[in-house]
Design a protein around this ligand. Structure first.
Ligand code: DGJ
Length: 731
């Protein structure tokens, strides 16, 4: 029996070791490379005993001890790493769960009931049931371990059978502990046009909190992901790093606390700010999913783990191709009509992209959307601007032989709209205070099911009347301002949460009815970028900042957590001082699109773009679905380089950028990664401006993968703001 069990453990990645008389009760949550080990302590509470590289010998699981991390002050018997620590227990540091029970008691103790494991696509789902012995409160911890991708997804369900509501002040998704010499946090701060800016700091005693209170445009100032270097600052190609992200499109909070003995706890979850949650008896509160990976080879490997997981399990249509497009926002803004759009559709075809995407400004009649002061909420085509309606636009797109996509911002309303006049009670707004506006708009109250229906109908009506609409760009430009819901009445504490749940209800209905319509998630740039939203969206808009220099940094940041196919990048006129080639090559590292008037381009520039589109489509399988290697960081040099390698190692694409090199600074060769050392590869520069010759000295030469990885290619130059794209094919 024991032999069978150990075989199962080594083969099946996860197994629950049932208690034998002399043995501890252990729950092992494992991927191919990582073990998360929990133990039911003698007091029947559950403790984390290990999180790190996978242990080779099952027998060692018994050597781990729940109390090994306890303080040496005599409290060993009572303080371990409780897996989901609760308020009022003997731990004294930040808990995961805080409950005020019906009788006013603010303590909760959770004891082990049972656990189970089942296979799910890609991994094993472990459920651990816990309950309080004094109050009828139940907690289920969930972990899905994705073996091959080395990703673990965890979330928690909380319920009770007390007579009245209990009040939850903390309800984290999970808790993880580390005992390492040093902890270095990399955070991703943000703002409009400044998304995913990476900075790092050492975590010392006490708490560091990253959170947002913005409600709807929730990730505007910080994104829902982080990295922790375990031993030293996060490095790209070496070192142990935890990379975690929360699937929640609303207020989130990450708490990192280093305690009195130098252990770190990481607590991800919904931000409970202004959100004391009244949980009804038998209602199940399900936290957002926290998705994490541990890499032992730096952030690069961690990103590849997450990219692979996302394409297979996280992202809508993660294994399908993406559409190239021409958008009109940067080109026309609100200033267009039917004829102009019909012309742009022809331009889209001429450029070679798959689709034309109509942006903001096509709707509203009583209050036409001619700028951002009016019209949001009234989703009827502006008749005197577009007399033929969406149908005529779809028709023009057909004539031009491109698909047609359309922009919406259905969660919002301008006070200057018929919707606001008719349903002022559908809006989040204070009843007794002056209203303040963000971009002249207010947020609809998605906690109200009637509002959910209305928002669903925005998409449903467009698609019912125009089934050939092929794509939506779903925008969200305002945070929740003037927080108050007429619908929630005396349950205002749930609004931030119920609002997000309302959005998911709508998105679920859309996905069920229109499973094949791709959608771009946009929030005034990249203020929505989480894996719960990305169950419904095929990609997100990284930033309105399309200056290619800035974009190198922004895309570098987002690429830590998202595969290239989830990241929309457009060629625009931002930073016209840079060449169209540079702008296009930066966008071509992600899901390529254009948002520029072709008339702005010279004949050569247009020919260049056409060629770049053709190349991108040809190379899409490698760039979108291959392994990404971030080779040279713009944060650490005056250059940047990113490489994509297809799974068979037969093709690689190298994107190299000279940003702002110093005069005659030392130029280093770019050492490639992920190739087959024994294959021979032909190295060829592509995406050349018409009439120019490659300046790349090793162009058209053949090298072994070994050479390319050990010696590398001399691609960088002393020019400013230039790019080189190299296609590398096995012979
Ligand atoms: C903000 C988005 O980020 C832009 O791309 C554009 O769609 C505008 N909103 C339209 O209002």
């Amino acid at each position: 029996m024991r032999r069978k069990l150990s075989i199962m453990l080594s083969l099946a990645t996860v197994a629950s070791v049932s208690a034998q008389s002399s043995e501890k009760e252990i729950i092992r949550i494992a991927t191919d490379n990582t073990d998360l080990v929990l133990e039911v302590g003698p007091n029947k509470r559950v403790y984390q005993t290990y999180l790190g590289p996978r242990l080779l010998h099952e027998s060692d699981l018994q050597n781990l001890s729940w109390s090994q991390h306890a303080a040496s002050d005599g409290s060993v018997s009572t303080r371990g790493w409780e897996v989901y620590s609760t308020s009022g227990n003997e731990d004294f540091f930040e808990p995961a769960l805080g409950i005020t029970h019906t009788d006013g008691n603010m303590t909760t103790y959770l004891y082990y009931v049972d656990s189970s494991q089942e296979n799910v696509p890609g991994g094993v789902h472990t459920r651990i049931n816990l309950k309080d012995d004094k109050y009828p409160v139940n907690v289920t911890l969930n972990y899905v371990a994705y073996n091959k991708e080395n990703v673990i997804m965890t979330w928690t369900e909380i319920s009770h059978q007390e007579k009245n509501n209990i009040t939850m002040s903390q309800y984290a998704s999970a808790m993880l502990y580390f005992n390492k010499p040093e902890y270095w946090l990399t955070e991703f701060s943000s703002d409009w046009a400044k998304e995913a800016q990476m900075s790092s700091q050492q975590l010392q005693f006490g708490k560091k909190v990253i959170d947002t209170k913005l409600g709807s445009r929730a990730a505007m100032h910080t994104h829902p992901f982080f990295e922790i270097g375990l031993n030293g600052p996060v490095k790209e190609h070496s070192g142990e790093v935890l990379m975690g992200t929360l699937g929640w499109t609303g207020n989130f909070r990450f708490t990192f606390e280093v305690d009195n003995v130098g252990n770190l706890r990481v607590i991800p979850g919904i931000n409970p700010y202004a959100s004391n949650y009244e949980l009804k008896a038998n209602e199940i509160f399900t936290t957002p999913e926290f998705i994490f990976t541990l890499s032992y080879d730096g952030a690069g490997q961690g990103s590849r783990n997450l990219h692979e997981w996302a394409r297979k399990y996280g992202l809508k249509d993660g294994e399908q191709d993406r559409l190239t497009l021409l958008n009109n926002w940067e080109n026309t803004a609100f200033d267009f009509n039917q004829e102009i759009l019909a012309e742009l559709m022809k331009e889209a075809k001429h450029l070679g992209v798959d689709m034309f995407l109509l942006d903001d400004g096509w709707f509203g009649n009583k209050y036409p959307r001619k700028d951002d002061h009016a019209g949001l909420g009234d989703w009827d085509v502006t008749h005197n601007k577009l007399p033929g309606g969406i149908a005529a636009l779809v028709e023009s797109a057909k004539e031009a032989d491109v698909k047609f996509g359309i922009w919406i911002e259905p969660e919002m309303v301008n006070p200057k709209s018929e919707l606001y006049e008719q349903h002022p009670d559908w809006v989040i707004e204070q009843p007794n205070r002056d209203t303040y506006y963000y971009r002249n708009q207010l947020v609809l109250d998605l906690s109200n099911p009637k509002v959910q229906d209305y928002v669903f109908n925005v998409v449903d009506n467009i698609l019912t009347e125009n089934p050939e609409v092929a794509y939506f760009k779903w925008d969200c430009n305002s945070p929740i301002t003037n927080i108050y819901s007429p619908y929630a009445k005396d349950k205002q504490g749930q609004l931030y949460i119920d609002h997000v749940r309302g959005i998911y209800n709508v998105l679920k209905r859309i996905k069920e009815k229109y499973p094949d319509v791709p959608m771009m998630l946009c929030s005034g740039g990249g203020a929505r970028c989480d894996y719960e939203a990305l169950k419904y969206f095929t990609e997100f808009w990284c930033s309105d900042n399309t200056d290619p220099v800035e974009r190198v940094y922004i895309q570098w940041g987002f690429s830590q957590f998202f595969p290239a196919k989830a990241m929309a990048a457009h060629v625009t006129s931002w930073n016209k001082n840079t060449s169209i080639k540079f702008r296009t090559d930066v966008a071509a590292m992600c899901k390529l699109g254009f948002d520029i008037g072709l008339k702005e381009l010279s004949t050569d520039e247009l020919a260049y773009c056409q060629q770049a589109v053709t190349n991108w489509k040809r190379l899409q399988p490698t760039v979108m679905d291959g392994d990404q290697y971030r080779l040279v960081s713009p944060y650490e040099s005056n250059h940047a380089a990113v490489e994509y390698v297809d799974k068979s190692k037969n093709q690689a694409i190298l994107f190299a950028y000279d940003l702002a090199p110093r005069f005659q600074e030392k130029l280093n060769a770019i050492k490639l990664q992920g190739l087959d050392p024994n294959k021979e590869y032909l190295v060829k520069e592509i995406n050349l401006m018409p009439g120019t010759k490659s300046q790349f000295g090793q162009n058209d030469k053949v090298f072994t993968g070994d050479y390319l990885m050990k010696v590398g290619l001399d691609v960088f130059t002393w020019h400013h703001n230039t790019s080189t794209v190299i296609e590398i094919n096995a012979r």
